[in-house]
Design a protein around this ligand. Structure first.
Ligand code: ZN
Length: 198
């Protein structure tokens, strides 16, 4: 016998798919949604669909954006000869918050993870290599300091080395296994300043 109505169960099941939402949180959210005014629920649903339909990848750096070029790539004041490679758009945002970086980015949308079957072709590496055909002075690898982030950093540096372009890695200060998006701006700025050549 179902404890709840079928509709509630369905809603709980859908919400549990989201990252960080276990069954208990999903139940709490489901009951919250059911108690919200109908218009608010409609607004929430519309916002999700609208975001999914309109957000795309920046033509240049692959970050998620509303337009063809993201605000960083579209800004002529940014130094397009320095490219910082990050795992995702949240990491890009973390670095932007430091206001200390004047170059541009490249967003991989993941990291190499053989156990999950994520190889170099599953992340946006090809696009990065294409960008290196143009004038680039330095590639700063700012992937997370997890095993996957380090594996990805090593892989990228091996690919780029033969081109003669300078390859650097953000310094320690970013704790091992640390996720970039949770690290404060001062630590991030320091890690960037103290980057080492690979
Ligand atoms: Zn961009």
């Amino acid at each position: 016998m179902d404890l709840y109505s079928g509709y509630i169960n369905k809603l709980i099941a859908e919400l549990s798919i989201l990252p960080g939402i276990g069954n208990k949180s999903a139940q709490r959210l489901a009951f919250h949604i059911i108690n919200m005014p109908k218009e608010s629920v409609q607004h929430l649903a519309d916002t999700m669909v609208e975001a999914r339909e309109n957000i795309r990848y920046c033509r240049q750096c692959c970050t998620l954006t509303d337009s063809d070029l993201c605000p960083v790539c579209a800004d002529p004041a940014r130094n397009s000869r320095v490219i910082m490679v990050v795992e995702n758009t949240r990491d890009l945002t973390a670095y932007e918050r430091t206001h200390r970086y004047e170059g541009v980015y490249h967003v991989l949308h993941g990291a190499i993870n053989p156990t999950l079957g994520i190889g170099p072709n599953e992340i946006r590496l090809k696009e990065l290599l294409q960008r290196l055909q143009h004038d680039v002075d330095e590639v700063i690898i700012a992937t997370n300091s997890s095993i996957e982030g380090e594996t990805t950093a090593m892989y990228i540096s091996k690919l780029i080395k033969p081109t003669g372009i300078k390859v650097t890695r953000i310094a320690s200060g970013v704790p091992v296994g640390g996720e970039l998006e949770y690290i404060d701006e001062v630590t991030l700025s320091r890690a960037l300043e103290a980057r080492v050549e690979l």
